[in-house]
Design a protein around this ligand. Structure first.
Ligand code: FPP
Length: 245
């Protein structure tokens, strides 16, 4: 049920979040970076539940970027363990809440154990009709676009397609997010004002919202603030506001 604070006609269909600040949160609490990521994982659980309750259709979470592979091996390992545990432990809960799990990114690069849990959870929840939880894993916007271009070029060379048929729709239909609406609202935590290679093509007309809260502190209340701000904005999609001349 949408929260009564919101205009039910202006609920963002797709919210995408750059979850930043686990490390700084940990430092501020005198904890290890691993503990920061664990606290971030707890927040993921809460925000997924809340988005389902508020009638959001798609929640994309930037859980691991293609650039994150360059972090120290110990940290990459800890993040992959956390991901595997999350996928294992949350499967029933996601299913009970009618959440469908999806993933975007270069999934081939994930360690086997995490990939296996991901595949099991995606299959297990594939018939669910509520919130789509879309995890961006080993994801980079440029990497995604390069894969699409290679795919299209291949089809042209093989004669299955003419270059003139490469339209925005043809590109959208081959992105990892094919079939999903573009994000309406992109949130970044921890005060940074960067896109960081996230949903580069899909973000064309998204509203951006930045908060100084570190991801482990990004409560449902913080999400409510972001949605309220989104509802105050006028989206013009490059045109004029209605009534404007
Ligand atoms: C940014 O914090 C966060 C990440 C690189 C990974 C996000 C992962 C989680 C929230 C936890 C696990 C996710 C799931 C789906 C279970 P940072 O380390 O860049 O923080 P910093 O910039 O303060 O150092």
């Amino acid at each position: 049920m949408p929260d009564p604070r919101f205009d039910p006609d202006l609920i963002p269909r797709h919210i995408a979040i750059i979850m930043d600040g686990n490390g700084r949160w940990a430092k501020a609490h005198g904890l290890s970076r691993r503990k920061g990521h664990e606290a971030g994982g707890e927040r993921v659980r809460e925000i997924v539940r809340t988005c389902g309750e508020w009638g959001i259709q798609v929640l994309t979470l930037y859980a691991f970027s293609s650039e994150n592979w360059s972090r120290p091996a110990m940290e990459v390992k800890a993040l992959m363990f956390l991901l595997r545990d999350y996928l294992q432990q949350e499967r029933e809960e996601l299913n009970k809440n009618n959440v469908r799990l999806m993933a975007i990114g270069n999934l081939e690069r994930l360690p086997k154990a995490a990939r296996k849990e991901l595949d099991i959870s995606m299959e297990y929840t594939s018939k669910n009709t509520g919130l789509i939880l879309n995890l961006a894993l080993s994801y980079g916007g440029r990497d995604e676009i390069v894969r699409v271009v290679q795919n299209l070029a291949g089809d042209c060379v093989e004669g299955r397609m003419r270059p003139a048929e490469i339209t925005p729709e043809a590109i959208s239909n081959r992105l990892d997010t094919a079939g999903l609406p573009d994000p309406d609202l992109i949130i970044r935590t921890a005060g940074e004002m960067r896109i960081s290679n996230f949903l580069l093509w899909q973000a064309s007309y998204a509203e951006y919202y930045a908060t100084s809260a570190f991801w482990p502190d990004f409560s449902s209340e913080e999400l409510a603030k972001a949605i309220a701000e989104y509802q105050r904005r006028t989206r013009k999609f490059g045109g004029l506001e209605s009534g404007e001349e």
